[in-house]
Design a protein around this ligand. Structure first.
Ligand SMILES: Cc1cc2nc3c(=O)[nH]c(=O)nc-3n(C[C@H](O)[C@H](O)[C@H](O)COP(=O)(O)OP(=O)(O)OC[C@H]3O[C@@H](n4cnc5c(N)ncnc54)[C@H](O)[C@@H]3O)c2cc1C
Length: 399
């Protein structure tokens, strides 16, 4: 029996769209399936670092200015502040600004680009099961959809987010995945609503990015600016913060002078927070983005890694399609070189810092931020490594 497609991609977030686009642009027959219709919302702070902007430029041909003019980027600011609760620890201006997107806009834009490159879409359709098969036409895999269709393809890419159904076909103990699983809670508050509140904290109206240590045991809180609103949120490890996310979020709202009732409008979503997979390919199935746990484990940046892993997965399939073992090895090696070494270093960095936060030792954190200075910002942006803040050449992010 012939395959219906060369590749089926489950999930049309940044990981799935970029993967699907690279494959379709190379002439493969690719179908991407998403249970949502697009545009769709995705809970996210929408912060893009320098390396994300570099990658977006390489993938779409649009520089930061073009992306702003096209309305894909909603807001940009070089201003930032880091606090321990109310106390300012460090702040100022970054050489390269932080850019902010609304995921409804960014994800639809990336998906449209992929569609233009020839990606076929099944939107509003859920993937219910994935199975590897060895039929007369050779080994392949099938995807069962909620409309009863069973589609066959040479490769399946799971880009279906943190709760990935495709990942369930991997022999991964649930406890291993849960150990470094995080939870995030966020609400968007319109500037008008903030202005109407006499007790609103100054951080809500300054248009700068503010991060707060000290509210969570392992994690942090944020106020991130958009053109029409601020994103107020927090995220951290579930095992360290237990069931306290809602009560901590309400405490954070009180600190900001926002009504506690906003907690009812806030949404929660799991986030990978150190549970990245070293072997995200097995047989005819590859995982990328959140499905593979590819979120940087200190700051929780995931959009860049979703796009980058989608691209690397596509390249591995294109280079070695006839040999599943070679695809898995090529993908794992590329992730190791371009992503996981940095993640390992980020894990080593977060452990002592979170210990200081737990013990309320503010002085060592302030010393670390003071000594790191601008180099820490460059690390966040991807211009320096999480390993000893060594400078990184531009090409790990842009080649
Ligand atoms: C509160 C919060 C704030 C964040 N802030 C930032 C930030 O500021 N900057 C940053 O870089 N990262 C941030 N992240 C992380 C970032 O949102 C993710 O890492 C990123 O969205 C991962 O992209 P993805 O394509 O892997 O998955 P997703 O964007 O989650 O896309 C997965 C897609 O798969 C679809 N899907 C799921 N299951 C199925 C199924 N069974 N069948 C069909 N379709 C399915 C979904 O509908 C969805 O469209 C944040 C995360 C959270 C929770």
């Amino acid at each position: 029996m012939a395959n219906d497609y060369d590749v089926i991609v489950a999930g049309c977030g940044p990981a799935g769209s970029v993967c699907g686009r690279v494959l379709a642009a190379s002439g493969l027959r690719v179908l991407a399936v998403d249970r949502s219709e697009f545009p769709r919302d995705k809970l996210c702070g929408g912060l893009l670092t320098w390396k994300s902007m570099q990658l977006l430029q390489r993938l779409t041909g649009l520089c930061a200015r073009d992306l702003c003019l096209a309305g894909i980027v909603d807001h940009a600011t070089p201003d930032y502040l880091i606090r321990y609760r109310g106390k300012p620890l460090t702040g100022g201006r970054t050489e390269y600004p932080f850019h902010f997107v609304k995921r409804r806009v960014l994800d639809a834009f990336l998906l449209n680009r992929a569609r233009e490159a020839g990606l076929a879409l099944a939107l509003g359709r859920e993937v219910r099961a994935v199975r590897e098969v060895d039929g007369a036409g050779g080994p392949s895999a099938t995807v069962s959809l909620d409309d009863g269709r069973v589609l066959r393809a040479g490769w399946i890419v799971g880009a279906d987010g943190v709760n990935s159904l495709v990942r369930r076909s991997f022999p991964l103990p649930a406890a291993t995945w849960r150990r470094n699983l995080g939870q995030a809670v966020e609400v968007h508050v319109a500037h008008e609503a903030v202005r109407a509140l006499p007790g609103a904290h100054e951080d809500l109206g300054r248009g700068r990015a503010v991060l707060y240590a000290g509210f969570l045991r392992a994690g942090y809180a944020w106020v991130l600016p958009n053109s029409d609103c601020v994103a107020v949120g927090l995220g951290g490890l579930i095992r360290s913060n237990g069931n306290a996310f809602k009560s901590i979020f309400m405490e954070f709202l009180r600190f900001l002078g926002l009504p506690e009732a906003l907690a009812d409008r806030a949404r929660a979503h799991p986030i990978p927070y150190g549970n990245y997979l070293r072997r995200p390919a097995r047989g005819r199935v590859l995982l990328c983005g959140d499905a593979a746990g590819l979120v940087e484990p200190f700051f929780g940046e995931g959009i860049y890694y979703a796009m980058r892993s989608g691209e690397l997965a596509a390249r591995a399939v294109l280079a070695h399609a006839a040999d599943p073992g070679a695809v898995a090895r090529a993908y794992a090696c590329a992730l190791e070189a371009h992503v996981l070494r940095e993640f390992d270093a980020s894990m080593r960095l977060r452990a002592p810092l979170y210990s200081c936060v737990r013990m309320s030792w503010i002085a060592p954190i302030a010393v670390f931020l003071g000594l790191g200075g601008n180099r820490l910002l460059e690390m966040v942006h991807g211009r320096r490594s999480f390993r000893f803040l060594r400078p990184l050449p531009a090409d790990p992010w842009v080649e």
